[in-house]
Write a protein that binds this ligand. Structure first.
Ligand SMILES: *[C@@H]1O[C@H](CO)[C@@H](O)[C@H](O)[C@H]1NC(C)=O
Length: 279
């Protein structure tokens, strides 16, 4: 019997919340042949060299949550590398909520690429530059996923809101539990300046670090959600963006968004996807 599971059962009975968990209990390094490491339970590192990248995933499957992770990205010349941090379900009609950090030459900005897949369909990219150097220090990247919307935040500032638009026929991720996944890999065929800048392998190994994982979430075990059985609705499950957050969102989008599928008219000559026309 594993102690952590007992701990979770206890936590979920009293309110479907887990807080600041130990990396050993939460995540498995799933690939990379030793290139992914958990250190003392509170730091996780992934690395990439010419032979392989690496990755990890959560042991739990979640169905809604408010999930924070601090990341410190590959420093220096990270061109060609991609650090992906995302929630994803399984199967051919999968749901996915993506943060992808596209590396760059030293001194050139990272691109934070975001996407939302529902039932196997994505094509909802928004990209950003950041207002700080994401390689100099740890910063918090958060996903709020509840029945109303999906909110991507950086250090508490919302940068993107994907609203539930089921009422106008847009599938919303709400029927499939998702795991947290992350990987560091080589994507120099497209990542930096559309593939023009290649990975400089003399700089390898490339390393990204993770710490301070914090999740309030509904965990699904054998088809049952911890939130269904807890009987009390945690506040984040119906959390909206208050006025201050909406203002921050507008600030981030106005100043740091570099691509929005909802304004790429060349790509959608027949008209934008329906969710683009929501207020
Ligand atoms: C890399 O830097 C260039 C030049 O500033 C910028 O246009 C681009 O968005 C940056 N990011 C990527 C992933 O190419």
């Amino acid at each position: 019997m594993r102690l952590p599971s007992l701990y979770f059962v206890a936590m979920f009975l009293i309110g479907s919340t887990l807080v600041s968990a130990n990396f050993y209990d939460e995540f498995d390094i799933t690939w990379g042949d030793g290139r992914g490491k958990i250190i003392n339970g509170d730091l996780l590192t992934l690395s990439l060299d010419k032979t392989s990248g690496s990755g990890f995933e959560s042991r739990n499957e979640y169905m809604y949550g408010k999930i924070d992770m601090q990341l410190k990205l590959v420093p220096g010349n990270s061109a060609g590398t991609v650090t992906a941090y995302y929630l994803s379900s399984k199967g051919s009609n999968w749901d996915e909520i993506d943060f992808e950090f596209l590396g760059n030459l030293s001194g050139d900005p990272y691109t934070l690429h975001t996407n939302v897949f529902s039932q196997g369909k994505g094509n909802r990219e928004q990209q950003f530059h950041l207002w700080f150097d994401p390689t100099a220090d740890f910063h918090t990247y958060s996903i709020l996923w509840n029945p109303k919307h999906i909110v991507f935040s950086v250090d508490g500032t919302p940068i993107r809101e994907f609203k539930n638009a089921e009422s106008i026929g847009v599938p919303f991720p709400k029927d499939q539990p998702m795991r947290i996944h992350s990987s560091l890999w080589n994507a120099d065929d497209w990542a930096t300046r559309g593939g023009l800048v290649k990975t400089d392998w003399t700089q390898a190994p490339f390393t990204a670090s993770y710490r301070n994982f914090k999740a309030e979430a509904c965990v699904v075990t054998s088809g049952k959600s911890s939130c269904a059985s807890s009987g009390n609705n945690p506040p984040w499950l119906s959390e909206d963006l208050d006025n201050t957050k909406q203002e921050r969102l507008r600030w981030a989008q106005k100043n740091y968004m570099i691509y929005n599928y909802c304004s790429d008219s060349k790509r959608f000559p027949q008209g934008f996807p329906p969710e683009c026309n929501m207020a």
